[in-house]
Design a protein around this ligand. Structure first.
Ligand SMILES: *Cc1c(COP(=O)(O)O)cnc(C)c1O
Length: 230
């Protein structure tokens, strides 16, 4: 087996174990393999080991990988990076999901630019639960209004919420922002929004995220190794 296949196996075990500890079915947590900065060969190796959903952060790099893999197999592509208006068309045309909706303007553009022959683009609203000024994501108190507006856009299908908390090694501290996102998710569902996705948890905190109800974890380093941005 390749190192990537081994890593995927280990991550699947971590997910299953965390789910069992939380009294949840392992199938209730989807695995998104975050392949940003990694070569096509790594994606091919992961796909050969059964991985179907991949996440990318940079539009140009992501689109190249979508196109390069499209001939051989149908992979599912998630855009999980900050999205600028001038790049939205490429994302609307090539991706299946966007996790980083944080303002109505970008959602409206994606909806208008989604090709009519494709199903609606699945989207999550990104929430900045830890509240630092520098980070992307809408404020918790803006989330309900943004979700309601996004839910009306014909080219999009609102699926849920996403967050990237401040990194910390303390497992109890890791759970707090995930719990806040889950609470928000539950409120919105109680208000009638049909959300089924909580996109939270990365290589270092997936156990905490699953304990708090994550339905999709975004894992890069633990599958593909450290990233080299040089
Ligand atoms: C890079 C990235 C990940 C993966 O992080 P790892 O710590 O490498 O698992 C997950 N989510 C987002 C939004 C990212 O940008």
């Amino acid at each position: 087996m390749s190192a990537i296949a081994d890593n995927l196996q280990a991550i699947r075990s971590r997910i299953a174990q965390a789910a069992r500890l939380a009294g949840r079915s392992p199938d209730s947590v989807a695995l998104l393999a975050v392949s940003k900065t990694k070569p096509l060969a790594d994606i091919v190796a992961a796909a050969a080991a059964g991985q179907t959903a991949f996440g990318e952060n940079y539009v140009q790099e992501g689109v190249e990988k979508v196109l390069a893999t499209a001939v051989d197999r149908k992979l599912e592509w998630h855009f999980i990076g900050p999205l600028q208006s001038n790049k939205s068309r490429l994302v609307a045309e090539h991706f299946d999901w966007v996790h980083t909706i944080d303002r109505l303007k970008i959602a409206e553009r994606l909806s208008a630019q989604r090709p009519a022959n494709l199903p609606p683009l699945n989207v999550c609203v990104q929430v900045n639960v830890s509240g630092e000024a520098s980070k992307s994501g809408c404020r918790p108190d803006e989330t309900a209004a943004l979700c309601r507006a996004v839910a009306t856009l014909p080219g999009l299908r609102l699926r849920g919420l996403m967050t990237i908390p401040e990194p910390t090694d303390d497992p109890q501290a890791q759970r707090l922002p995930f719990r806040q996102l889950r609470d928000l998710h539950e409120q919105l569902r109680a208000d009638g929004l049909p959300l089924d996705t909580l996109s939270m948890g990365m290589s270092h905190d997936l156990e905490a995220a699953i304990a708090e109800g994550a339905t999709l974890v975004r894992i890069g380093t633990a599958i593909f190794g450290e990233r080299n941005y040089a």
